[in-house]
Ligand binder design. Structure first.
Ligand code: SF4
Ligand code: SF4
Length: 547
């Protein structure tokens, strides 16, 4: 196996024996084979379109979901991945059957390879993974594109679940997948990576519209982090439709609902706040789940990443459920909803009724809900505070949390920033500092949480609005610094989106991505002045000087 798609990759080079995340070799191989088949689907679908057989929407819908299932900490289940590969091969066959035989024969191997033999899957996978591209820089550009595409696909799938789809996104997903089967020039490959940033902005805007039209605009909310005395269900991941259906089905059952990790921002939506039995958020970010799921006592529903391996010492294996693109061996999966229907959470609810209430691990509240609409409602106050000098600088510390000790940097930065700075955040990075008492500036909290990682879009909208209000030409003239923590592929999509918006001087950590080769990094540094994080104190001093 060779996988270097996340920040925790072994030695910051690549996982080769098994994943630091717990992914086994066979699982990694099946994911590689699935990606290979998705490239084949894209090649066939685009060829079909050229020949008057347009199956691009169906092909892109499938590829979007399948890309999502390969992101870090989403699917550890080999049986499920074998099924995904079989479905991908069947999808290719459907398209190929509609094309003339001599057309298909001339296409890339990813389009013409057909098998349903599981042993052949493993053998083939070993020849089509990341290292199949020998040139380090070509590999780097292809993988930067595929990894960013996985993030885009995740956001596009969330929007699609809520009925919002865009041809522009689907067309790019196919174009990008197919591009990696061709010998393109460096300029063409860099162009596609930058276009991924543009499509990432479009996708996040589409998801924002999907979320807010379905559930309202997030609003300032104090979220309880303590527990009640009734049994509860803990829901994690990012899928708001799952959240809605679970809340509806638990109404009046005597079972409470708590969010975990990236589901925390669900508490900020008006449509969910109306449920009294949405009790608040339990615990911290994804990597703490082995301890926090244990003490929660009740069932857990994983709607998307991040699920992490269940340890032998854990007892929650019997009360955790997956759904959607998530898979874990031996864990029961809640089936997809049928057209027009809802998922059935009755088994989870029945189990919850037999469980003890969650064990209290902390008490108090945290404040969030500062997505673009809410911040723009406070715009006059914010602008006045900037003009009067009460707010000197905004620091965007969005992104991810993770296990590595070096992430303490982000807590240190939050603590060391002068009291006249505001931290804008989104994603699970916030758990590094959202329970510190950082105070407020004239009633504006010093940590403004916009929501999930996809809500980083809100931070871009806020920055663009401030640029407009202050009559600036360039977003980089604003008193804003970007200090981003990354972990998995959605964060890469967000990073590419920021580059598309011409944000310069981003600090990135805890390490720079292993999939960026020295030559590709040189391009990113020259074009965008990307830099690694350093010492927290030095970085704070530099950011306060606008560097
Ligand atoms: S997802 Fe990350 S930790 Fe897991 S195998 Fe890939 S690089 Fe390694
Ligand atoms: S913030 Fe990062 S680690 Fe957390 S779910 Fe989003 S992309 Fe993944």
């Amino acid at each position: 196996m060779f996988c270097f798609q996340c920040q925790e990759t072994a030695k910051n080079q690549g996982c080769t024996i098994s994943g630091v995340c717990g992914k086994k070799e066979e699982t990694a191989n099946l994911q590689d084979l699935l990606i290979f088949n998705l490239k084949g689907i894209a090649v066939l679908a685009l060829k079909g379109k050229e020949s008057g057989v347009d199956m691009t929407t169906e092909a892109a819908r499938f590829a979007t979901k399948a890309l999502f299932t390969t992101i870090t900490n989403a699917n550890f289940d080999d049986n499920s991945l074998v099924e995904w590969v079989n479905r991908a091969v069947a999808c290719k066959k459907t398209i190929a059957d509609k094309l003339a035989g001599d057309v298909v024969g001339q296409l890339h191997d990813s389009a013409t390879w057909f098998s349903t033999d599981i042993e052949e899957f493993q053998a083939k996978a070993k020849t089509v993974g990341v290292l199949a591209t020998e040139n380090e820089d070509v590999r780097s550009l292809r993988e930067l594109l595929i990894i960013g595409l996985k993030g885009i696909a995740a956001y596009a799938e969330h929007a699609a679940v809520l009925g919002k789809e865009k041809d522009e996104i689907y067309n790019f997903i196919l174009e990008a997948l197919a591009s990696t089967t061709k010998d393109l020039s460096v300029d063409e490959m860099v162009g596609l990576v930058l276009k991924a940033g543009e499509i990432s902005v479009v996708t996040m805007a589409t998801l924002d519209e999907a979320n807010t039209s379905a559930y309202g605009n997030p609003e300032i909310t104090e979220v309880n982090i303590g527990v009640g005395d009734k049994p509860g269900i803990l829901i994690s991941g990012h899928d708001l439709k799952d959240m809605q259906e679970l809340l509806e089905q638990t109404k009046g059952t005597g079972v409470d609902v708590y969010t975990h990790g990236e589901m925390l921002p669900a508490n900020y939506y008006p449509a969910f706040k109306k449920y009294d039995h949405l009790k608040g958020n339990y615990g911290g970010s994804w990597w703490r789940q082995n301890e926090e799921f244990e003490s929660f006592n009740g069932p857990i529903v994983m709607t998307t990443n991040c699920i992490i391996p269940i340890k032998k010492s854990n007892t929650y294996g019997e009360r955790i459920f997956t759904t959607g693109v998530v898979g874990y061996p031996g864990v029961e999966k809640i089936a997809d909803r049928k057209e027009g229907g809802a998922k059935d959470f009755s088994k989870v609810i029945a189990l919850a009724k037999t469980c003890k209430a969650p064990k209290e691990i902390e008490t108090g509240t945290i404040v969030g809900g500062f997505a673009h609409n809410q911040v723009l409602a406070l715009a006059d106050k914010v602008v006045a505070a900037v003009k009067s000098g009460a707010i000197k600088r905004f620091i965007v510390m969005a992104g991810c949390d993770g296990r590595q000790k070096s992430r303490a940097y982000f807590t240190e930065v939050a603590e060391k920033l002068p009291k006249d700075t505001i931290i804008l955040t989104a994603g699970c990075a916030k758990y590094r500092y959202n329970k510190l008492n950082l105070g407020d500036i004239g009633g504006i909290p010093r940590v403004l949480d916009a929501g999930q990682c996809n809500d980083s879009y809100s931070l871009a909208v806020i920055a663009l609005k401030l640029k407009e209000v202050f009559g600036l030409e360039d977003i980089n003239e604003l008193p804003i610094s970007f200090d981003i923590g990354w972990y998995e592929q959605k964060a890469v999509a967000v990073l590419l989106a920021l580059l598309h918006l011409n944000v310069k001087g981003i600090r990135l950590g805890p390490t720079l991505p292993a999939f960026v080769s020295p030559a590709v990094l040189k391009v990113l540094v020259e074009k965008f002045d990307i830099k690694p994080i350093g010492d927290a104190g030095d970085d704070v001093a530099a950011m306060m000087l606008g560097k």
